[in-house]
Design a protein around this ligand. Structure first.
Ligand SMILES: Nc1ncnc2c1ncn2[C@@H]1O[C@H](COP(=O)(O)OP(=O)(O)OP(=O)(O)O)[C@@H](O)[C@H]1O
Ligand SMILES: [Mg+2]
Length: 348
C-alpha cells in the first residue's frame, strides 16, 4: 500500500484549523442525535487530513459545522473552531459568509450530482466567479478555462451540459468550482466514493497534485481507509460521533492503537491491489440518540474488558503525535497481532 506524506512530517507546521471539543446535535422526532459529540482535531497548514469512519459516525456533520452551513434541525451546541486565529463560531453570519469559497471551500458529498442539469457547466462556474468573486465576464471566462486546465478537463467541455460529463469529469468540475476563488482550505466530503477504483486514483492524484502545487490544506472525508492511506498526511478516525484515534497516517495505519482502526483496516480492499481477505466488523454503531456510558465501540470490540463498558476512555497520547481513546492502548502491539487473525473478529 502506498503511503506518503507530501510535507515535512518530521516537523509540526502551524495549524490552519483547530477543532476543539465540538458538539453538533440534531433535534429529531426520536430525540436528540448527538452526531458530533466532543470532536477535537487539528489541520496543519498545507496538509491533507483524512476524516474516516463508517456511515453515520458524524463525518459530514463535523465537516459542515466548519462552514456553519448545517441543516435547520442541527445546532452547534458547543466547542471552538479556530481558523487562522479566529473562532468561526463567534463570527457574524456576514463575516462567515465572506470566508466561504474565498478562504474555505466545501465540496459536498453529492457534488458530482449537484450541477444544474439545464445550464452548461461553463455558465455555472462563470456564475460563481461573477457572483462570489466579483469577476467581470471576460476575466471569469479566462479563469474558468484556467480552472478546467488545472483539474485536467479540456476547456472545450465548458460548453457541455452536466449529462455530457462522466462521473469522474463531474467530480473534476466540482474540484474546479471549489478552487475558483483560491481558498486556503478545502473540505471535500467523499469526493471519490461513487467512482470506480481507476477513476478514484486519477481524481486523488489530480487532487494531491493541486494540493501540493497550490499549498492547500485539505480535509478529505471518506469512509474508505485505503483512500486515506493513499492521500492523507494525517488521519482522524471517527466512531459514533467521537474521535477514536488520530495521528500521522503512516503511524496510525502501520501501528493502529484503537481496535476500531484495526478493524477498519481489515475491512477495506486496498486501492492498489484487489480485495484479499476482507474481514467485516460485526454489529452496528450505537444509536446516537441514546445516552452512552462506557466506550462506544465496546459491544463490537473483540478486546473488550469490564472497565470498557463502565467508563468511556479519553482521547490521550499513545505515541508521539498519535492519540487514541482506548483503555488498552498500552497493549496495542499484542492486540494488533490478534487483530490480524480473522477468527478474532468472528463472533462465536
Ligand atoms: N439532517 C439530519 N437530521 C437528523 N439527523 C441527521 C441529519 N443528518 C445526519 N443525521 C444523523 O447524524 C448522524 C451523523 O450523520 P452524518 O451524515 O454526519 O454521518 P457520516 O459519517 O457523514 O455518514 P456517511 O458516511 O453515510 O455520509 C447519523 O446518526 C445521522 O442519522
Ligand atoms: Mg457523510
Amino acid at each position: 500500500m502506498k503511503k506518503f506524506c507530501s510535507q515535512n512530517c518530521g516537523t509540526s507546521p502551524l495549524s490552519i484549523l483547530s477543532i476543539q471539543d465540538l458538539h453538533v446535535y440534531y433535534e429529531t422526532g426520536r430525540g436528540t442525535t448527538r452526531a458530533v459529540d466532543g470532536v477535537t482535531f487539528d489541520v496543519p497548514e498545507g496538509h491533507v487530513v483524512g476524516l474516516v469512519g463508517e456511515s453515520g459516525c458524524g463525518k459530514t456533520t463535523a465537516a459542515r459545522a466548519i462552514t456553519r452551513v448545517i441543516p435547520k434541525s442541527a445546532s452547534i451546541v458547543s466547542g471552538r473552531i479556530i481558523y487562522d486565529g479566529k473562532d468561526l463560531l463567534q463570527l457574524s453570519n456576514r463575516d462567515m459568509a465572506a470566508l466561504r469559497w474565498r478562504e474555505i471551500a466545501f465540496i459536498p458529498q453529492s457534488a458530482m450530482n449537484s450541477l444544474d442539469p439545464v445550464y452548461r457547466v461553463g455558465s455555472q462556474i462563470i456564475e460563481i466567479l461573477r457572483d462570489r468573486g466579483g469577476f467581470d465576464r471576460q476575466r471569469a471566462r479566462r479563469r474558468a478555462v484556467e480552472l478546467f486546465e488545472m483539474v485536467g478537463l479540456d476547456d472545450k467541455r465548458l460548453r457541455d451540459y452536466p449529462h455530457q460529463f462522466s462521473g469522474g469529469m463531474r467530480q473534476r468540475a466540482a474540484i474546479a468550482f471549489a478552487l475558483a476563488l483560491e481558498p486556503r482550505l478545502i473540505i471535500a466530503d467523499e469526493p471519490v466514493t461513487a467512482l470506480d477504483v481507476i477513476v478514484q486514483r486519477q481524481i486523488l492524484d489530480t487532487f494531491k497534485d493541486l494540493q501540493e502545487r497550490l499549498g492547500l490544506s485539505v480535509i478529505l472525508v471518506t469512509h474508505d481507509i485505503s483512500v486515506v492511506a493513499f492521500s492523507c498526511d494525517e488521519v482522524v478516525v471517527m466512531y459514533a460521533g467521537q474521535v477514536a484515534e488520530a495521528g500521522p497516517t503512516a503511524a496510525v495505519l502501520a501501528e493502529p492503537v484503537h481496535p476500531y482502526t484495526m478493524g477498519l483496516y481489515n475491512a477495506f480492499p486496498d486501492l492498489q491491489r484487489s480485495a484479499g481477505t476482507l474481514v467485516p466488523i460485526d454489529g452496528n454503531p450505537p444509536d446516537l440518540t441514546l445516552t452512552q456510558t462506557g466506550c462506544r465501540f465496546a459491544d463490537r470490540c473483540p478486546f473488550v474488558l469490564d472497565e470498557c463498558e463502565r467508563e468511556a476512555p479519553s482521547l490521550i497520547q499513545a505515541n508521539e503525535g498519535h492519540t487514541a481513546a482506548c483503555w488498552r492502548r498500552g497493549e496495542a502491539a499484542a492486540l494488533r497481532r490478534q487483530a490480524e487473525e480473522v477468527t478474532t473478529w468472528q463472533r462465536s
